[in-house]
Design a protein around this ligand. Structure first.
Ligand code: ZN
Ligand code: ZN
Length: 311
């Protein structure tokens, strides 16, 4: 019997601040999507790993962050287009909603300002500062952080994660996204389940199985007219696989992917199916931290004691 993990990259405007033309719909959907996901997860009693951009937990800032070793201009949008957009730069209200939820969600980190760790120009100093700052803010909020989700899944500086006491991260899905994923599953009958491993730094790597919004635009419209919502079908397939054998079905999304009501319907269909299968079988829903504790045989405070094979 396997388990299901759901992780969310919670970032409001920070997922796009470095882009020349931030996608308006996604930027504007961040707050609504956050609240909708919290409500749905409460309704179906599903705990998830919420990786939050640290800057969102500030009440205000000077838009410069002169003590932060980011490249020049990194925070420029805070001083220009988004100068009056506190709603996309800050979200302590939303983080309070998350921490106050009846469901036992895991609070995780998505860096301080969404720096891409895998980029060659992101040096060790910047990676360390991004982590340090987000962990400091988390500590101000009485949160201890075990899991890290890399901005844009750009994996890098894993040794720095380990040094700062992080214990897990999400790596890229071994299967493709969208149409490619459907092809893999139907033609090659591939498994959507992943297996956590412990890397050379003692960190637990929990790969993604499926990005729930990897199938968008006109391809989605065409596919929906033929198959209803193909992503719901894929997610159900992954959930079913986790009821049949060992392994993790790891779904992920950004709250700001919920840009239309049909996206809310997608999430409701997936979460209600998950709750139903959990009730009918021994299937469990885990957070990334639960996975860490299970595979290392430790708790939040204890050190890593590996019981699965090292890569
Ligand atoms: Zn700022
Ligand atoms: Zn992100």
């Amino acid at each position: 019997m396997g388990s299901v993990v759901l992780s969310l990259d919670a970032e409001l405007g920070w997922g796009f601040h470095d882009l020349r033309n931030p996608p308006t719909r996604r930027v504007e959907a961040g707050r609504r999507g956050w609240s909708t996901m919290l409500e749905l997860l409460e309704e179906y009693r599903i705990p998830a790993t919420w990786a939050v951009v640290g800057h969102l937990m500030l009440e205000s800032c000077d838009g410069r962050h002169a003590d932060h070793p980011a490249p020049d201009g990194w925070f420029e949008r805070e001083r220009t287009d988004w100068q009056d957009r506190e709603d996309v730069r800050f979200g302590p209200d939303l983080v309070r909603d998350l921490l106050g939820s009846d469901v036992d969600h895991e609070f995780a980190s998505h860096s301080f300002s969404h720096v891409l760790f895998g980029r060659p120009e992101t040096d060790r100093e910047l990676a360390a500062a991004e982590l340090e700052r987000s962990l400091e803010i988390a500590a101000d909020w009485n949160q201890c952080v075990e899991s890290f989700i890399y901005p844009r899944n750009s994996v890098g500086h894993r040794d720095v994660l380990a040094e700062q006491g992080l214990r897990a991260y999400r790596s890229k899905s071994p299967t493709g996204h969208g149409i490619r994923c459907i092809f893999d599953l139907t033609v090659r009958n591939k498994s959507l389940l992943v297996t956590p491993t412990i890397d050379e730094h003692g960190l637990v790597d929990i790969p993604a199985s499926l990005f729930l919004f990897g199938f968008e635009g006109s391809a989605r419209t065409v596919a929906e007219s033929v198959w209803d919502d193909p992503m719901v079908a894929l997610a159900r397939h992954g959930i079913d696989q986790a009821t049949e054998r060992d392994g993790i079905f790891h779904m992920w999304l950004h709250p700001n992917n919920l840009t239309h009501e049909r996206d809310d319907r997608r999430m409701r269909a997936i979460l209600s199916y998950l709750a139903q299968r959990r009730a009918e079988t021994d299937l469990t829903v885990e957070t990334m931290a639960d996975v860490v504790h299970r595979v290392t045989g430790t708790t939040a405070e204890a050190g890593v004691k590996p019981t699965v094979s090292r890569r």
